[in-house]
Write a protein that binds this ligand. Structure first.
Ligand code: FBP
Length: 332
């Protein structure tokens, strides 16, 4: 890609999505804010000076013009060929319930550099920061959690009981949670949002989380891999089908369920960009705050090539007469 910092364009996209979604905080609806955020995201994406393509689009129950699907063309169509993975609201049930931690995220990389198993849904993930990167070896995904935790503790020069592991609160993680607790480490259970969990685990600025271990969405995993690469952390991933249908889809697509992928396998090269904007206040980013005609946003923009980490606080003038999704009042 050319040398411009695409991340500075991406942030406008996550800001717009977060502003559109944030209006719905606490209204109990998880679907509509996602649609509004997607509409706002698509509008901004189409101003991006690239020949863009969405990979790993959403599998949602929304009408198609309110979704960004695998293969959708975005951008002005002129410029570098770029693949993008988006999650307009990661943690949409958190947003619906007015809970902390919902963020809007996007990642971009040159065409063909992202792992994009279109029909797969879930993957196993292990994420750590750069200080613990040397502890992460492929065996960690099959070994008992206690083994991985002891490697982690050794490189971090901590006791296992001082480690905190982020895990999504799901019944499928019951055994994993038991294993972590039995090993003596502490568990941070979060209802949703494992991109934010990966950011916490991969960023040495958040010493409160030492690793993320879970099975979560594949788009979220690839977005997280971009952030992990840009933060210098380490990640392992592996397909983790959760139903017979998903398993047979994988077989039909010829995907190898047993392959263990590193962050560089999930997204290769160094020309990678990531942007996240807070929707609700959370441990990684403050959410959107509205003040009459203005909204304030907080974003994190990462560029892998230079390892630049920017935090951007912005104030936006809201135009009530413009596109209705700007204020989240869509008429659909
Ligand atoms: O909710 P599931 O099906 O367990 O899937 C886990 C995925 O859902 C999330 O918690 C929330 O995703 P959405 O808010 O985009 O629906 C992701 O962060 C995670 O990867």
């Amino acid at each position: 890609m050319d040398t411009r910092n695409l991340g500075l364009d991406l942030v406008r996209i996550t800001e717009a999505a977060a502003i559109a979604a944030g209006r719905h905080m606490g209204f109990g609806d998880a679907i509509r804010p996602d649609g509004d955020a997607t509409t706002a995201m698509r509008r901004e994406l189409n101003t991006l000076p690239v020949d863009g393509r969405i990979v790993l689009g959403e599998h949602r129950e929304l009408k198609s013009d309110r979704m960004l699907r695998h293969g959708d063309a975005v951008g002005t169509g002129h410029g570098d060929a770029v693949d993008l993975v988006v999650d307009p609201v990661d943690g949409r049930n958190l947003l619906a319930r007015g809970l902390p931690g919902a963020i809007s995220v996007i990642a971009a990389a040159p065409r063909g550099s992202m792992w994009a198993p279109e029909r797969a849904v879930y993957m196993e993930k292990l994420v750590v920061d750069r200080h613990a990167a040397s502890a992460i070896v492929p065996e960690c995904l099959d070994a008992p959690a206690a083994w991985t935790l002891s490697l982690l503790a050794r490189v971090k020069e901590k006791a296992v009981r001082d480690l905190v592991i982020f895990v999504l609160d799901r019944p499928r993680h019951a055994d994993l949670i038991d294993e972590i607790r039995a090993a003596g480490a502490r568990v941070m259970l979060q209802a949703e949002g494992d991109v934010a969990g990966a950011l916490l685990a991969a960023s040495p600025r958040h010493p409160g989380v030492d690793a993320l271990m879970d099975i979560g969405g594949i788009p979220e995993g690839v977005i997280a891999a971009c952030a992990v690469r840009a933060l210098g952390g380490a990640m392992l991933g592996r397909l983790a089908p959760q139903s017979q249908k998903e398993r047979s889809d994988l077989r039909t697509s010829g995907l190898d369920e047993s392959a263990i992928l590193t962050a560089s396998d999930l997204v290769s090269g160094t020309d990678l960009y990531f942007s996240a904007t807070g929707v609700t206040d959370g441990p990684v980013l403050r959410g959107v705050h509205y003040h009459g005609q203005r909204a304030e946003t907080h974003s994190l923009v990462l560029r892998a090539e230079t390892r630049t980490r920017r935090t951007i606080q912005a104030e936006h003038l809201l135009d009530e007469n413009a596109d209705p999704t700007w204020l989240g009042h869509d008429t659909n």
